[in-house]
Design a protein around this ligand. Structure first.
Ligand SMILES: Nc1nc2c(ncn2[C@@H]2O[C@H](COP(=O)(O)OP(=O)(O)O)[C@@H](O)[C@H]2O)c(=O)[nH]1
Ligand SMILES: [Mg+2]
Length: 306
């Protein structure tokens, strides 16, 4: 399905001890997670949107499991969920408060353009979503009211931020995180992975990254595969972390599908960003979903405009 030759050549050159980091980037739904699953031959390992609307919500690293488990146990993983630290939580929540207040304020003024207001409304909804998430207790799923925290004076005086940060830290400790800010799940079988991941997904805006430590030919060779949400993630703190990971990576696989490849501007922008991040030698462009062309004889008529 894909041409992995270049990647396989790189694998031969991996030095023991030093991990070789491969980050998979691209637009939402390009097929990044599916690519990782086929590289590892483990269909449900990376969360892909097939069969539902789930998609990759936070950066996920696939790393070698440091244990002496025998080969029969190769379809299990150790999961480590790393939450944002207090400083990043404050940053995410204060941005959400800004977004929330800006649109609330906008409702009383008709000066700005409709486009701008529409953008503010999206950010306002995203902010409310975050407030609801950090107000929902696990496993009871009971939501503490949050609207009363957001009256203008409380926001102005910083009390709203303080309350929201405290709530967030409660959620993180409910999730079983230790002082290190991460929670661990041992020996999760592939079939149980969805359930473990659902717990993490419930808190996605405050998760920095998830590590899936497992045994596999690729990761045992000290390759670290990194799956990321689609480029253009709205959460600033996490978008910065993804960008940092991209700069740090030894290889970036840019996944695009044939329909999008025909949109030259978007792809060019994506390539420009990557070249700026680490030069052209560390990039492999993968045109995925080639079966869309073979399965649909009208593909080029539908996707190419003159
Ligand atoms: N036709 C086709 N669909 C694919 C292929 N790879 C992935 N998909 C589908 O594309 C959708 C998005 O895939 P996903 O891996 O979640 O994309 P991501 O958002 O980039 O991680 C899913 O419904 C996949 O089943 C492929 O090679 N061909
Ligand atoms: Mg994905």
């Amino acid at each position: 399905m894909h041409n992995y030759l270049e990647l396989l050549q790189q694998i031969q050159q991996v030095a023991p001890g030093k991990p070789f980091v491969v980050v998979v980037t691209g637009k939402m739904s390009a097929g990044k997670s599916s690519l990782i699953n086929s590289l590892l031959s483990r269909p449900g390992l990376a969360e892909s949107s097939s069969g539902g609307d789930a998609c990759t919500r936070f950066m996920t690293r696939f790393v070698h499991r440091d244990s002496n488990l025998d080969a029969t146990d190769s379809k299990t993983s150790g999961i480590h969920v790393h939450y944002l630290n207090t400083e990043s939580i404050r940053e995410v929540l204060s941005r959400a408060l800004d977004d929330f207040s800006r649109y609330e304020h906008e409702l009383f003024s008709l000066d700005d353009s409709e486009v701008e207001v529409a953008g503010y409304k999206i950010a306002w909804n995203a902010a409310k979503n975050i407030f609801a998430i950090i107000s929902t207790s696990f496993p009871s799923k009971i939501m503490e009211p949050w609207e009363h925290l957001l009256i203008h004076e409380r926001i102005e005086h910083g009390e709203a931020l303080q309350d929201l940060v405290a709530r967030t830290e409660r959620r993180i400790s409910e999730a079983g995180a230790e002082n290190t800010g991460s929670s661990h799940f041992q020996n999760v079988k592939d079939i149980e992975l969805a359930r473990t991941r659902a717990r993490a997904n419930a808190l996605w805006p405050i998760i920095q990254l998830m590590d899936i430590a497992t045994s596999d030919r690729l990761v045992n060779n000290n390759i670290v595969l990194v799956d990321v949400p689609g480029l253009g993630d709205s959460n600033h703190v996490r978008a910065t972390a993804i960008d940092k990971m991209r700069r740090y990576a030894d290889l970036e696989l840019i996944v695009t599908d044939p329909a999008r490849t025909t949109d030259n501007n978007e792809l060019r922008r994506q390539l420009d960003d990557s070249i700026r991040a680490h030069g052209i030698n560390k990039i492999v462009l993968i045109v995925n979903k080639n079966d869309d062309i073979t399965n649909n004889e009208n593909f080029w008529d539908e996707n190419i405009s003159p």
